[in-house]
Design a binder for this molecule. Structure first.
Ligand code: SF4
Length: 367
């Protein structure tokens, strides 16, 4: 499995918890950026991909000509395999039926829609550029355009959000009957308006209660949890993300994009200006790299595997990376098993529902 990620850092920059995007208004920058992506893609000419993911920012805010040019780069440089999963991140605003038609014609097979909430008070609080009505209309337009694979992002743990509000919001999004749902807690990025205002988040215990409540509710709507924060109907799991979580190879193009090829990880600078100036000076935008040891790849595989519902088969990964757990990690795992946070059965290690709530802590102890 091989994946391609293309980062489009442009957006309207309105959300109060977000900081790292570039204003969509700078058309000349967009054109220059697409040229930069084309130049960068030459280093991976002819590679074949099973999944493609356009992330951002909000790639669908690009105008139709720029989108056509972007997909042109893709087609000219790479082999997108038959049946590939091609995802684009979108927001309810700026996604007209014409643009949806263009995306379908360009081979997009999956839309990841940033709904976040269908509660207008919460959307206003977040500074989101859409309301409930527009989100519902856009979702209908996406389905009417012919997309059969849609993810909805759902955010929770807003300051002051009651469990009753959470249930009403979750049920409203679940009634859309999308094929996939990704859960996010509200996180506040540095330099964002919420950060400057010192907005504080709900206590972790309350967030954990909300998370447990939502995951239970998702079961009622036939969603299967296949990763800590990702839920899907049978067969609609994100192949792109699963490739990340199972140690697969991926190429990342654009500002701040990361790549991984057989244990070598490399990444680009995180500013638009450094990315564009790299090409003006005929040099690579790559800013750093690391070559992971077998041991590092082995441990990462276990930690990512623990995020997956099916867990990780320790015997299989030991064979794959020719590594074994050291005594310290074995004791740590035994401790977590005795605490009812992990289950070890037939070489398979999985997190219990209680373990999922403290998985970051567990993983920090196993690194
Ligand atoms: S839509 Fe996304 S990228 Fe754009 S400002 Fe909001 S959070 Fe940031």
């Amino acid at each position: 499995m091989s994946s391609l990620y293309i980062h489009i850092p442009f957006c309207h920059r309105k959300c109060f918890y977000c900081s790292f995007v570039v204003s969509i208004g700078q058309e000349e920058k967009q054109t220059e950026y697409i040229k930069g992506l084309e130049k960068e893609s030459r280093s991976f000419d002819g590679m074949a991909f099973d999944t493609v993911y356009f992330g951002g920012g909000t790639p669908t805010l690009l105008d139709t000509e720029t989108l056509k040019e972007l997909f042109g780069v893709l087609r000219r440089r790479f082999l997108i395999k038959e049946g590939a999963e091609v995802t684009i991140e979108a927001n309810p605003e700026g996604l007209s039926p014409d643009k949806l038609g263009l995306l379908l014609d360009c081979g997009v097979s999956r839309i990841s829609l940033g709904v976040q909430s269908l509660n207008d008070r919460h959307l206003k609080y977040l500074g989101r550029n859409h309301n409930r009505e527009l989100a519902l209309k856009t979702y209908r337009d996406i389905v009417r355009a012919g997309f059969k694979n849609v993810n909805c992002d759902f955010m929770y743990a807003f300051p002051g959000q009651t469990m009753a509000e959470l249930e009403e919001d979750a049920r409203a999004i679940l009634e859309l009957r999308s094929q996939h749902l990704s859960l996010y807690t509200l996180t506040i990025e540095e330099r964002s308006r919420f950060f400057t205002k010192g907005v504080s988040l709900e206590h972790q215990d309350y967030q954990a209660r909300q998370f447990a409540f939502i995951t239970h509710l998702l079961g009622e709507y036939d969603f299967r949890q296949y990763e800590v924060s990702n839920f899907a109907r049978e067969g609609f799991e994100s192949r792109h993300n699963i490739n990340y979580w199972t140690g697969g190879d991926y190429i990342g193009l654009g500002v701040g994009a990361h790549s991984h090829i057989k244990g070598r990880r490399f990444w680009n600078g995180s500013s638009l200006s450094s990315y564009l100036s790299a090409f003006q000076n005929n040099r690579s935008p790559q800013e750093g790299e690391e070559v992971l040891t077998q041991e590092q790849q082995y441990i990462e595989r276990i930690l990512f595997g623990l995020r997956m519902k099916e867990g990780i088969n320790l015997e299989a990964v030991s064979k794959q990376y020719h590594c074994a757990l050291d005594e310290q990690r074995k004791e740590m795992i035994e401790l977590f098993v005795n605490k009812g946070l992990l289950i070890y059965n037939n070489h398979n290690l999985t997190a219990t529902p209680e373990g999922v709530l403290v998985l970051d802590e567990i993983c920090s102890k196993l690194i």
